[in-house]
Design a protein around this ligand. Structure first.
Ligand code: AMP
Length: 307
């Protein structure tokens, strides 16, 4: 197995301590050329399908569940770790976003990942880089409203990663439902030859959706943040019991969340799961989506509601 570690690169942790005894150590690449070389070698050997799990690191069970799904469905699993500045606004948490590459590799050591692509802006956006993906209406509502440019940044980096790795399947979390919709739209519109696999949201025991940003929360904030999950669950139950009025569901979600003084609701909406456009009358599957500020963290969550 070729080793792709660049010496002197702070983004490349010591792999020798990352894997438990007996586990197969993944390669770690820090450049696009290294990734292409490793995937090409796999392709030349006709060793089966390639799966990609794009992440910003700071792994939790949600990330690991994507790696497991990729491991189960593809023969070569590539995981990228890149905190992508293009998807953070000027006043957002890019600088303070949790980063722990060594811990990430240790956590993922048992997941059978073949290749980690741990990279940085110098590699992904070298001087002169100016082409981006322009997103449409699917990226305008919900988080797109509070985070202008966010989904263009997401789509651009995912397009680049798809071109760099050339996977057969890309594994994404339902937790970021609008991100999934934006990437689905891009893959369709720009004819990327990749299958999109969406994995269920992994939650803390109390229901809070796992997120790297949960690390920002105090115990009390974490407890109150559960209101997002509880409001979504109640909405799901109401729709399953026959409620068809989206406005009533939205009101109920807002009321339930407002009862928690540490949770500052940004939106609680009912939308079409594919287009992200608002729905008034619930006649088929819809997506209930919420976003809120809790202390220093901006949290999102969602649930599919079926009549
Ligand atoms: P991030 O590192 O936050 O960019 O997330 C990388 C991938 O992990 C994205 O596809 C996310 O949707 C997915 N993900 C994040 N949190 C969860 C979760 N709690 N459950 C399932 N997938 C998740």
């Amino acid at each position: 197995m070729a080793a792709f570690r660049k010496s002197g690169n702070t983004a490349s942790p010591d792999r020798s301590s990352a894997a438990p005894p007996g586990a197969c150590k993944p390669d770690v690449a820090t450049t696009i050329d290294e990734v292409r070389g490793r995937v090409a070698l796999h392709r030349r050997r006709h060793e089966g399908a390639v799966g990609l799990v794009p992440t910003m690191g700071s792994f939790h069970e949600g990330h690991l569940s994507l790696m497991r799904a990729a491991r189960a469905e593809t023969e070569f699993v590539a995981v990228s770790i890149f905190v992508n500045p293009a998807q953070f606004g000027a006043v957002e948490d890019f600088d303070s976003y949790p980063r722990d590459t060594g811990g990430d590799l240790a956590l993922a050591a048992g997941e059978g990942v073949d290749l980690f692509f741990i990279t940085d802006s110098g590699e992904m956006y070298p001087a002169g880089h100016e082409s981006t993906i322009s997103t449409g209406s699917v990226a305008e509502g919900l988080c797109g409203q509070a985070r202008p440019g966010h989904f263009s940044g997401v789509a651009t980096v995912v397009a680049k990663l798809l071109n760099i790795v050339g996977p057969d399947s890309v594994f994404l979390g339902q937790k970021d439902a609008q991100q999934v919709a934006v990437i689905r739209r891009m893959v369709k519109d720009l004819d990327f030859d990749v299958e999109i696999r969406v994995c269920p949201t992994v939650r803390e025991p109390g229901g809070l959706a796992m997120s790297s940003r949960n690390a920002y929360l105090s115990p009390e904030e974490k407890d109150q943040a559960r209101a997002l999950y509880l409001a979504l669950r109640e909405a799901r139950e109401q729709v399953a019991a026959g409620e068809t009025g989206a406005a009533r569901i939205r009101r109920q979600m807002r009321r339930a969340i407002a009862a928690n003084y540490l949770v500052e609701l940004e939106y609680a909406k009912i939308v079409d799961p594919e287009t992200m456009q608002p729905v008034q009358e619930i006649t088929g599957e819809v997506l209930a989506a919420v976003a809120a500020k809790v202390g220093p963290a901006r949290l999102i969550d969602n649930m599919i509601l079926s009549p």
